[in-house]
Design a protein around this ligand. Structure first.
Ligand SMILES: *[C@@H]1O[C@H](CO)[C@@H](O)[C@H](O)[C@H]1NC(C)=O
Ligand SMILES: *[C@@H]1O[C@H](CO)[C@@H](O)[C@H](O)[C@H]1NC(C)=O
Ligand SMILES: *[C@@H]1O[C@H](CO)[C@@H](O)[C@H](O)[C@H]1NC(C)=O
Ligand SMILES: *[C@@H]1O[C@H](CO)[C@@H](O)[C@H](O)[C@H]1NC(C)=O
Ligand SMILES: *[C@@H]1O[C@H](CO)[C@@H](O)[C@H](O)[C@H]1NC(C)=O
Ligand SMILES: *[C@@H]1O[C@H](CO)[C@@H](O)[C@H](O)[C@H]1NC(C)=O
Ligand SMILES: *[C@@H]1O[C@H](CO)[C@@H](O)[C@H](O)[C@H]1NC(C)=O
Length: 693
């Protein structure tokens, strides 16, 4: 029988033995593969494939096995060239027949899968492939879900290999994550993001078996020029935000003055549901008693003197206010854990801080049954200590306690060490953080040269690392901060920093770096990542649109007010048009708009996240001007009337903590949906979008 795996497999065969010979490397790697024989028997996916859910397990869980199966069906369709796959069926047994391939999804609570530390996990699964069927078995729906990711990735790789057949080798795959927590954090406090974008991010991350999306949902810019100094009232105007929108008439509605930059409960719920249906739990963070300018702007009487972004925990109204905030929002959250932030507070107020954390731990547990997490913080107290019920998310040496010591003392720890796992939107002071996770460091830079994994905390000192079997190491969360606020980046620029980072993180957080001989090499990752990034189903963060010979569209006639079917076009692209603004209202209105950006006629100003980025070019009235916009993921520039000397970049300025003003390029998606509008008076013609900058 013909074996359909070609390109990538060829490369792999040289590198490994029979083991990997016909299952393609994927992200993350699977723990173990055993193929029936060298006979080359395969299961072939076709239009006729039936996805069957075991009827006795179908309704189990929330989301249920059936919910997951429906997403799986859509995803399988989207990554292959197969015609529409039949709707999901339920049956009490595997109904595979010859020539009628079946994927059977079932739960067997007796199946046992273990994390590296030996604790049981529901996230493991087994794929048993015969010529007629693939049976996915796990101890809970979430395990089956991850098993379907493995099938979808294999199908995507086969489809991309140019082969006409999509086949799976007969045999067995057994897989489970090494760690329980495999998450990513986004600073959604200092930068506003709509839930549609955040939902796309969690769907994307789930393709790489990432299971948590930590939302840092309240914070403020930090700038000493605004915050400190006798009589300095700058804090009143420094950007601070809280993203959960209180209900009508809520006593805490003053906390969210800018409703247009907050999520309603409905927005949040629907994001939470979609993420959950992709195996991703939203873990919300409301950060207090530091990083709390947004609360002090609402209730200045709670402020710590001299530190407007800190709450004074000794003011009698402070802790009840924080509790009232949690009271309002705890019912929104389906996660079993929430983060109360609790980082970077005054060391001299250690006892107040520790008392507060412990009080919130009991309060939140008593109100909702949820546990809490805090960021690691060095609080030198000789009298009090944080409850062992609180998980500590380590991020820094030496400002927080040493993680190995915390774990030895019995604390549960999550590794978010900044030396490996921090990114900052667009830039960072003194280039402290890379644009995307540092691949050299992740693959080999840690002590021992085996690469980073959740048990690795230090790039320099192995004594700070721990064993993969440590029962108190829960896993890891990578983080992207938005220290420079709304105008530093567009939302898609955030995705560009995360896209590859999430994939490599997914591999290491699931498989680690030292025990599994199936773990990916860097070369395997590099070969397979672009294919999987392009295939990742359920979202379109790359903003790929249909095109013919590289042309998305090309309209010759004059337009004002037309709408196209193209919402937005991701870079690289070249957008060209000619425009003649009329003299009636020369600086009003929009030239183009789309779901990610708008272009105003005045000064050729791009808009994203409600922020304006003028090019500083004024279109002459009463005569046609040709504009060509060239964009990549790194920059956007315009050329006027084909005159290369007019080339000019759209940029932003970022105030790096009051110590430096940095200039950065902006990458905008093409505002391809609507021509003209919003009071534009004049005409636009010869509008084209071509792929490639
Ligand atoms: C904190 O509040 C207490 C009680 O109101 C007050 O005595 C103290 O001076 C305040 N400290 C600061 C630093 O604001
Ligand atoms: C930890 O939580 C449990 C409830 O889950 C509670 O009974 C116990 O008192 C808590 N321990 C501490 C030290 O807070
Ligand atoms: C590692 O731990 C030691 C203390 O055990 C500490 O002195 C050292 O600075 C730590 N830092 C890093 C980055 O490894
Ligand atoms: C165009 O930009 C300049 C500075 O870049 C500004 O002074 C002017 O007000 C802007 N004009 C319009 C119409 O926005
Ligand atoms: C929200 O409204 C404020 C005040 O009108 C405005 O400054 C801001 O740009 C708006 N935000 C967005 C994302 O549109
Ligand atoms: C962006 O915002 C910062 C404040 O965070 C401000 O200092 C800077 O001037 C803004 N830049 C632009 C181009 O609006
Ligand atoms: C913007 O990008 C161009 C092209 O890569 C580069 O030459 C220029 O230095 C960049 N500008 C900034 C402010 O980074």
């Amino acid at each position: 029988m013909h074996i359909a795996f070609t390109l990538l497999v060829g490369a792999l065969c040289l590198a490994t033995d029979v083991l990997g010979a016909s299952l393609q490397p994927q992200i993350p790697s699977v723990a173990s593969v055993s193929l029936s024989s060298a006979s080359g028997d395969v299961f072939q996916l076709s239009e006729l494939v039936r996805i069957v859910v075991d009827s006795k397990s179908a309704a189990k869980g929330s989301p249920s096995l059936l919910d997951f199966a429906k997403v799986f069906r859509n995803d399988l369709n989207s990554v292959t060239f197969l015609k529409t796959i039949l709707p999901v069926e339920t049956s009490s047994h595997n109904i595979a027949l010859p020539n009628l391939p079946t994927i059977f999804l079932t739960i067997d609570p007796k199946k046992q899968f273990k994390l590296f530390n030996g604790k049981p996990t529901d996230e493991g699964y087994e794929l048993t492939t015969s010529r007629n069927s693939i049976v996915v078995t796990a101890s809970a729906p979430i395990g089956v879900w991850w098993g379907t990711r493995t099938i979808v990735q294999q199908a995507a790789l086969a489809a991309a290999s140019g082969s006409k057949k999509i086949t799976f080798p007969v045999g067995k795959v057994t897989d489970a994550p090494g760690w329980e927590v495999r998450g990513f954090m986004l600073d959604v406090g200092r930068h506003w993001f709509e839930t549609d974008f955040l939902t796309e991010l969690c769907v994307y991350a789930s393709f790489f078996k990432i299971n948590e999306f930590h939302l840092h949902a309240s914070d403020n810019l930090w700038n000493p020029d605004f915050l400190y100094g006798e009589g300095n009232e700058g804090w009143k105007n420094l950007y601070a935000a809280f993203r959960f929108q209180p209900g009508h008439g809520s006593p805490i509605s003053g906390l969210v003055p800018r409703k247009n930059e907050s999520w309603t409960q409905n927005d949040f719920r629907s994001m939470q549901t979609t993420c959950a249906q992709h195996g991703v739990t939203l873990v919300p963070e409301i950060d207090t008693p530091g990083h709390s300018l947004v609360i002090n702007q609402w209730k200045p009487q709670l402020m710590e003197r001299g530190a407007p972004d800190h709450l004074n925990l000794s003011v009698p109204e402070t802790i009840p206010t924080i509790k009232s905030i949690w009271d309002e929002f705890l019912p929104w959250f389906t996660s079993s854990e929430v983060s109360i932030g609790a980082d970077e507070y005054d060391a001299k107020l250690a006892d107040d801080y520790i008392g507060f954390v412990n009080e919130m731990s009991s309060y939140i547990h008593q109100k909702s049954g949820k546990s809490i997490r805090v960021w690691g913080t060095n609080e030198p107290s000789t009298t009090l200590s944080i409850s062992k019920n609180v998980t500590i998310q380590h991020w820094d040496f030496p400002a927080d306690d040493i993680p190995t010591r915390l774990m030895d003392a019995g604390y549960q720890v999550i590794n978010s060490e900044q030396a490996f796992l921090y990114l900052d939107g667009k830039t960072s002071l003194d280039n402290q953080f890379p644009q995307e996770l540092n691949q050299d460091l992740i693959w080999s830079g840690a002590p021992g040269g085996k690469g980073w994994a959740p048990n690795i905390f230090s790039p320099t000192d192995p004594s700070n690392n721990t064993n993969i079997r440590n029962p108190n190491l829960r896993g890891s969360i990578m983080a992207l901060w938005n220290d420079w606020g709304n105008n530093a980046t567009t939302r898609l620029e955030i995705y560009y920093q995360l896209s590859r980072s999430l994939a490599v993180f997914g591999e290491k957080a699931w498989s680690g770096s030292e025990v599994r001989d199936t773990a990916l090499t860097r070369a395997q990752f590099d070969a397979v990542y672009p294919v999987l990034n392009a295939a990742a189903p359920g979202q379109n963060l790359n903003r790929v649109v249909p095109s013919r010979n590289g042309v998305v569209y090309n309209f010759n006639l004059g337009f004002n007010g037309q709408t196209t079917h193209v919402d937005s076009v991701g870079p690289p692209y070249t957008m060209t048009f000619s425009v003649i603004p009329s003299s009636r209202s020369p600086s009003q209105g929009l030239l183009f708009s789309g779901i990610d950006s708008k272009l105003h006629v005045a000064n050729l100003t791009f808009e994203a996240t409600g922020k304006l980025y003028p090019l500083g070019y004024t279109l002459p009235l009463g005569k046609w001007t040709k504009v060509a916009i060239h964009a990549t993921r790194e920059y956007t520039y315009a050329v006027i009337n084909d005159d290369a000397s007019t080339k000019r970049f759209w940029t932003t300025t970022m105030d790096l903590w009051g110590s430096e003003m940095a200039v950065g390029n902006m990458s905008f998606a093409a505002p391809s949906k609507t021509f003209g509008g919003d009071g534009f008076s004049g005409s636009i013609k010869d509008i084209s979008i071509v792929l490639g900058a």
